[in-house]
Design a binder for this molecule. Sequence first.
Ligand SMILES: CNc1ncnc2c1ncn2[C@@H]1O[C@H](COP(=O)(O)O)[C@@H](O)[C@H]1O
Length: 366
Amino acid sequence: MSGETPIIPHDFKFLSSSQSSETRPSILPFCRSLPKVELHAHLINGSVDPVTLQELGCMETSILDYIKLASLSNNTSRALDECFDLFRIAHNATNTPQAVHLATRRVIEDFDKDNVIYLELRTTPRAEQGMTKQEYVEAIVTAIKEYQGDVLVKLILSINRSHDAKACQDSLDVILKKKKLYPDIIKGIDLSGNPKVGGFDSYIFKTARENGLYTTIHCGEVKNDGEVTDILGFKPDRIGHGNFVHPDYGGCQENWELLCEKRVPVECCLTSNVMTNTTRNYSEHHVKELISSGLPYTISTDDKGVFLTDLSREYSHLYDDHALTKEALWKVSFNSVDYSFASSAEKSLLKSKMIEWKRDNEALFK
Ligand SMILES: CNc1ncnc2c1ncn2[C@@H]1O[C@H](COP(=O)(O)O)[C@@H](O)[C@H]1O
């Protein structure tokens, strides 16, 4: 790629670095070397980075559009809708099994470079002209199986909440079929998509659970108290975002109490929430409430390609904006192993790796 025009202009202003207080700037190297666990990453639309889009033949103007939220001020109520408009860009660039395969490989390599030791990717089975939903999933599973590096990779298949009942049932059929074929890779089912559209259909998730899939559901990414009650009542294995649960953050007391009672781990995506304007800023993010109440949570990137972030940067915000110690950062990653959909044997192995890393890197904690 040398000699080509850089995709990201040199004067590009990254929202995540300009908004963080970054009082102790030296934390990023620690976060980089920390072995990390990523549990909430949307594969194609979201995690594919600008360089890979270029490799896939995407036009430069589209690539700049794809990352425009990372430079815009987020104080617009359109930010979340704009984000969903942008997702078509990566979809257009990945409409063959070969492109989906390459995109998956590159996303795994990116997380590998960031010292992620366990990665759960999630994606919505998608049909295109010349590609069925089954072929789409096959291309991703093949890329995961071929990958030879150090990251343990699992797949969560998503249902898009904006799709009609027939399309959701069709996706569920594909998901259950593929789960039977690849039980060690396909571990869970997710509900995602524009939170302002569609809803939670408990039947789909009950059926998935009965068929041995773990469940994670986007919940309270925008205010919707009734839906949050239904989702928490279902008690998924994890929820995504959870911004609008606590009454001080636009939710309600009943739902907060339900979360405290059920202790469903929350996948927190700070930069994504700041950029889509579903939280005010990093330091006022609702993770603050989860930390002070001792509730289970994990830190994730959501859409690292769109928001120009990575998991190390997300961890650095816990230190800079929520005053967590290095020891506490390590514990967040360590605890995330328990919330993952890995097998017991895999969890033990991951935990041993983390304990060993800590023992070998005591000096970094001083
Ligand atoms: C910003 N917060 C978010 N909230 C809800 N759903 C999101 C999301 N970010 C991404 N997605 C969901 O993931 C899809 C892209 O990945 P795949 O093409 O399936 O791999 C998007 O189309 C959307 O449905």
